[in-house]
Design a protein around this ligand. Structure first.
Ligand SMILES: [Zn+2]
Length: 477
């Protein structure tokens, strides 16, 4: 019987130049296996993960080791040693298995090494140690150079940070600098970063990176508290100190005095302590779920300064907003909408649980489909091996099959993940509306999204004062 081997392929950075893609590696490995009259039992493909970086897990490599140990495959074919193992640790684990199972096969296309023999192992250890060292040396050299430049107060290059000129990042851009200073004054007078972010977005300030229109909260925060504002050079996000214990000063014009900058930093830090999660948490249940009945744009909740008499809670409104690209014509006071939706969703989920008897360990419904694709793939590979089709044809047909297979596998993983999360969180169907509304908003949203894909808020018409539930249209999944 033919020996069953695994083919291991991996893309590394260096492959980009000589286009040694996974497909070609695989093809060459399979030819080699053919030549030795081995049967390729499985192809292990790690995409774009570096075998050099320590903390990266190569999932398929791990799978291959365990298959090898379990006797599911009798050997390995790889393109070269570099793609297989660059960490001494990985190589040793591989060698251990070859020690345990002495009759294992091993081959590389470049024929650089054979760890199936004792001499080959010695050679492999030397080669990996050497490759490892040169990689380390290269990255250490680059790091040292960066640090050296930083210690001289040299700028780090790259696109100019907001506040400085695009053409010359050492010179202040007066308009941007004024926007920063104004925003800093606002912060000190109690304005939130979120509000500044909105204002900047409306006025096109803040220089959003990579062309996106929306600026992240932390991005704005960084602009306003960047040590660069007072001329401090940072290195990996930290202020860099010279040998005299003083911060290294950069070669660019500062925007803030030290006092201004420190005041803003402490105001931001203090606010974070006071409202730890507001930056992350969504505040209103139907933000991003509600849609305008006229323009169908997504609607967000916004605080409404009018208060109910006798109530401390701020009221909020779901308002179609021109700023977010909507028509601005539809809005509704938020609280009754949330209560209505909570009630409908809980009722629906109760009804569903009653019918299905809560199928906690339901199986993923597409298992047969995945099996079929796996079979198709196996048949294609077999057809190539028995010379019914050429390798070229195989490689034309295979990718789309593999893609569907991988998508299905991903879907299955998600299916079970959701199930596990649901189990972990327990049953929510017996909640009352008030209990539901007391949950964190993120949890509420999750529960709602389980039943609804959207909530359409229809225009109320002129002078309509009383809340009309008929104008709130849930879109069920
Ligand atoms: Zn609208």
């Amino acid at each position: 019987m033919a020996r069953r081997v695994g083919v291991y392929t991996r893309i590394s950075r260096d492959d980009e130049g000589d286009s040694l893609g996974v497909a070609r590696q695989q093809q060459d490995c399979e030819r080699l296996a053919d030549l030795r009259a081995w049967q390729v039992a499985k192809v292990y493909e790690d995409n774009d993960v570096s075998a050099f970086k320590r903390n990266v897990v190569r999932e398929e490599f791990e799978l291959m080791l365990s298959d090898l140990r379990a006797g599911l495959i009798d050997g390995i074919v790889a393109y070269d040693l570099d793609r297989l193992a660059r960490q001494p640790r990985d190589l040793e684990r591989l060698i251990d298995i070859f020690d345990e199972r002495p009759r294992l096969e091993f081959a590389t296309v470049t024929n650089d090494i054979n760890i199936g023999t004792p001499d080959g192992r010695t050679m492999a250890r030397i080669m990996v140690a050497f490759a490892n060292k040169s990689s380390h040396d290269a990255s250490r050299r680059i790091r040292r150079k960066h640090l050296e430049l930083a210690q001289q107060g040299k700028d780090s290059g790259g696109p100019a940070p907001y506040g400085w000129r695009k053409e010359d990042r050492t010179k202040v851009d007066p308009k941007a600098a004024e926007a920063i200073r104004q925003a800093q004054r606002d912060i000190l007078s109690g304005v939130r970063i979120g509000t500044i972010r909105r204002g900047w977005q409306e006025q096109g300030l803040g220089n959003p990176r990579n062309g996106t229109k929306r600026m992240a909260h932390h991005h704005v925060e960084h602009i306003l508290t960047n040590p660069r504002l007072v001329g401090y050079r940072t290195y990996h996000g930290e202020i860099l100190y010279g040998e005299d214990g003083q911060p290294v000063m950069g070669e660019w014009e500062p925007i803030n005095t030290l006092e201004e900058w420190e005041a803003v930093c402490s105001a931001v830090a203090e606010r974070k302590q006071k409202y730890p999660s507001t930056a992350l948490a969504r505040k209103y249940l139907l933000s991003g779920i509600a849609r305008c009945g006229l323009c169908k744009n997504k609607i967000r909740g916004q605080a409404n300064n009018r208060r109910e008499p006798g109530s401390k809670a701020t009221r909020y409104t779901y308002q179609c907003s021109v700023v977010n690209g909507g028509c601005g014509k539809v809005g509704r006071v938020g609280e009754p909408v949330d209560r209505l939706i909570a009630q409908l969703v809980l009722e629906e989920q109760r009804a569903r649980a009653a019918v299905s008897g809560v199928p906690v360990d339901q199986r993923w419904p597409k298992e047969a489909e995945l099996e079929q694709i796996n079979e198709d793939i196996a048949q294609l590979v077999e057809a190539e091996r028995s010379k019914q089709i050429t390798v070229a044809t195989l490689l034309q047909l295979l990718p789309s099959k593999e893609r569907s297979r991988d998508e299905l596998k991903l879907e299955r993983a998600r299916f079970y993940k959701v199930q596990k999360q649901a189990e972990a969180k327990g049953d929510t169907t017996n909640l009352t509306v008030d209990e539901f509304l007391a949950l964190p908003v993120e949890r509420q949203q999750e529960i709602v999204l389980h039943s609804l894909s959207a909530v359409i808020i229809h225009p109320a018409g002129r002078g309509a004062r009383k809340f009309n539930p008929k104008l709130i249209e849930p879109v069920w999944r």
